[in-house]
Design a protein around this ligand. Structure first.
Ligand code: CAA
Length: 259
């Protein structure tokens, strides 16, 4: 990847694309410049056949402490309505490849919403999740009221959004907001190991699996099951399905072509 970014550190490790938010002086607060770079970096990995899975991470101290309050403080309603800012989270949602949010430290407001827009969240023991917007006289604006509620249920979401309280990594695990919590010392290694495991799977099946799971949030059960059935059947048109099943029968490792 030759593009350089002012607010990100972008790298590749085998089939994993890694995007590290890097605005340490503001605890990775998400301003429009950072979000624009993030979306461009994700789109570049999405278009790159050598990438199977993307990891979005921050620093040990902060995944991201929210949208940049200083950038928003003086905005008026018409300016907010015309701003492309929240659309960056929508653009993250449109990435087709799996995205793991690897969260250490503060994961607040728009940062928590960014993590929830990714496909799964893994956390270091130090991670703290919260939607503190109520303390600023606003509410979550990048999907938090919807995605947090779907992730943890109404009571916990109301508790977090109405009080602004932060929850620990262990609570987040218990509530189903994160899938795994790793010890601080091995957090990044473990996160990359998980991403490598995903990146090693059949690319078309990964893409279709992501679409099908996300469909659960957008449809009735009957429609979602129908979508899944069509997607399942469609995969029988791929070379990877033939290879995956032949490899199982021949007791060998499958070699995926992404076709
Ligand atoms: N926006 C802009 N700057 C921020 C920021 C944010 N969201 N969060 C932290 N910073 C800045 C601070 O202003 C400070 O900068 P200066 O040194 O120039 O003063 C620097 O980062 C370090 O922060 P603190 O000194 O506050 O660090 P701390 O360790 O004492 O506290 C914290 C850490 C609890 C995360 C605290 O910084 C905090 O509460 N941040 C704001 C969290 C928040 O309210 N997030 C929601 C934002 S609104 C939003 O996200 C809307 C949406 O849904 C899209």
């Amino acid at each position: 990847m030759d593009e350089s970014y002012a607010n990100l550190i972008v790298s590749q490790q085998e089939r994993i694309g890694i995007v590290q938010l890097n605005r340490p002086q503001a605890l990775n607060a998400l301003n429009s410049e950072l979000m624009d770079e993030l979306v461009r970096a994700l789109q570049a990995f999405d278009a790159d056949d050598s990438i199977g899975c993307i990891v979005v991470t921050g620093s040990e101290k902060a995944f991201a402490a929210g949208a940049d309050i200083k950038q928003m403080a003086n905005a008026g309603v018409v300016e907010m309505m015309g701003s492309p800012f929240i659309g960056y989270w929508d653009a993250v949602q449109r990435i087709a490849k799996p995205i793991v949010a690897a969260v250490s430290g503060f994961c607040l407001g728009g940062g928590c919403e960014l993590a929830m827009t990714c496909d799964l969240i893994v956390a270091s023991e130090t991670a703290q999740f919260g939607q503190p917007e109520i303390n600023l006289g606003i509410i979550p604006g990048a999907g938090g009221t919807q995605r947090l509620t779907r992730a943890v249920g109404k009571s916990v979401a109301m508790d977090m959004i109405l009080t602004g309280r932060r929850i620990s990594a262990q609570e987040a695990l218990q509530f189903g907001l994160v899938s795994r919590v790793f010890p601080t010392a091995s957090f990044m290694d473990e996160s990359l190991k998980l991403a490598a495991e995903i990146a090693d799977k059949a690319p078309v099946a990964l893409r279709v699996a992501k679409e099908a799971v996300n469909r659960a949030f957008e449809s009735t059960l009957a429609e979602g099951v129908l979508f899944e059935r069509r997607a399942f059947n469609l995969l029988f048109a791929t070379e990877d399905q033939k290879e995956g099943m032949a490899a199982f029968i021949e007791k060998r490792k499958a070699i995926w072509q992404g076709k």
